[in-house]
Design a protein around this ligand. Structure first.
Ligand code: FNR
Length: 360
């Protein structure tokens, strides 16, 4: 059966009104450095929901303080943070969108600076500047960043538990959909890739071992939140270099994720290798999503320079992906989904507020 971009999609019991979603995008706007969302996040995320997206997924949110990319990231390791997310999920729901959140641990790429301001540039933030010592699978640094402390087996168990506890808080804060960040060179991807994982215990070596931390996290989150909550895992389908994490391993892992009750794989690439040769262009990551969907039957989301309505419609209609994520295109125009519906001449059964005001 074929679908269209503005057809609803149901994951577990959750019906999502269309297949144009907003992917997680770090904003580095927690000035107090306490992980607590502010009115700025309400306006930013609320505007995206108002623009007609099916789901709005909150940026990479640290499950522990040392799991943040920068000191200005969101966090979800305490009740104050949980409670501050509630007005955001309420507003997203009031606009008819699903509220998602990406739970994350930045691993060896933690404690770096946001890309503007006095400490601009994405480099290390030292402990005396409000940073911290990052952890990772192995004491192998991403070029130019901190050498991470190798996690012990107990340390890995603590991280897995932290994801589950954060997942509970996310559901209690009103989130309908949870995403685990297994991409872009952050902790769970660092375990997957032989370029960042040199362990010789049960978490390193074979694909089964490198996938163990992620699969344990998936199982712990599922056990904590129960059967009703849709679970997305974001993966980088390739490190884009010889000897790195690659598509065949991603396909095998995605099949396992399906067996572990993951409902959708969000297919990105890269992030674990500096200056990897990436052929960036419209839809450049789409073939990976399509390959994973075909190899495993697991639903996929495609992302990466998809910001033309007809391109997005075609991806869904041809069965190349089940969902299209529009990132920067939606930052430029938060009403992208409404505009796409207009361009595609879709008569939406719901009328987002800007549509009512602007197009009647
Ligand atoms: C991102 N991206 C990203 N990805 C992710 O998994 N978690 C995150 O928190 C972020 N943060 C982030 C911030 C900003 C400002 C941008 C532009 C991107 C990647 C993002 O979700 C998406 O995959 C890419 O932007 C590619 O899609 P577009 O922008 O070409 O549609």
């Amino acid at each position: 059966m074929t679908h269209a971009l503005f057809d609803p999609i149901t994951l577990r019991g959750l019906e999502i009104r269309n297949r144009v979603w907003i992917p997680p995008m770090c904003q580095y706007m927690v000035e107090a450095q306490d992980g607590v969302p502010t009115p700025w996040h309400l306006v930013h995320l609320g505007g995206l929901a108002r623009g007609g997206a099916g789901a709005v997924v909150v940026e990479a949110t640290g499950v522990v303080p040392e799991g943040r990319i920068s000191p200005q990231d969101l966090g979800l390791w305490n009740d104050e943070q949980r409670d501050a997310f509630r007005p955001i999920t309420d507003f997203i729901h009031s606009q008819g969108a699903v509220a998602g959140i990406q739970l994350a641990h930045a691993g060896r790429k933690a404690s770096t600076s946001r890309e503007w301001g006095p400490t601009a540039g994405g480099g290390n933030v030292a402990p005396e500047q409000g940073g911290w010592q990052p952890v990772g699978p192995s004491p192998v640094a991403f070029p130019g960043l901190h050498v991470p402390t190798e996690l012990t087996v107990e340390g890995i168990a603590d991280v897995v538990r932290a994801f589950a506890v954060a997942a509970r808080r996310a559901v209690d804060a009103g989130f309908d959909l949870l995403e685990l960040h297994g991409a872009h060179g952050y902790l769970l991807h660092e375990f997957l890739s032989p370029l960042s994982n040199e362990r010789t215990d049960q978490y390193g070596g074979s694909l089964e071992n490198r996938a163990r931390a992620l699969l344990e996290t998936v199982d712990a989150v599922r056990a904590e939140v129960g059967e009703d909550v849709p679970l997305v895992v974001r993966l980088s389908a390739t490190d884009w270099v010889e000897g790195g994490w690659d598509l065949p391993e991603t396909e095998q892992l995605s099949a396992w994720l399906g067996e572990h009750d993951v409902d959708l794989v969000s297919v990105s690439t890269g992030g674990n290798v500096q200056n990897a040769p990436i052929p960036v262009g419209p839809g450049y990551q789409l073939p990976f999503a399509t390959a994973i969907r075909q190899a495993t039957g697991v639903p996929v989301a495609a992302v990466g320079m998809i910001d033309d309505p007809f391109q997005a419609e075609q991806i869904v209609a041809l069965g190349q992906a089940d969902v299209v994520l529009v990132g920067r295109g939606a930052l430029r125009d938060p009403n992208f989904p409404i505009r796409a519906a207009q361009a595609l001449r879709v008569d939406l059964p719901y009328k987002p507020a800007p549509y009512e005001r602007a197009y009647r």
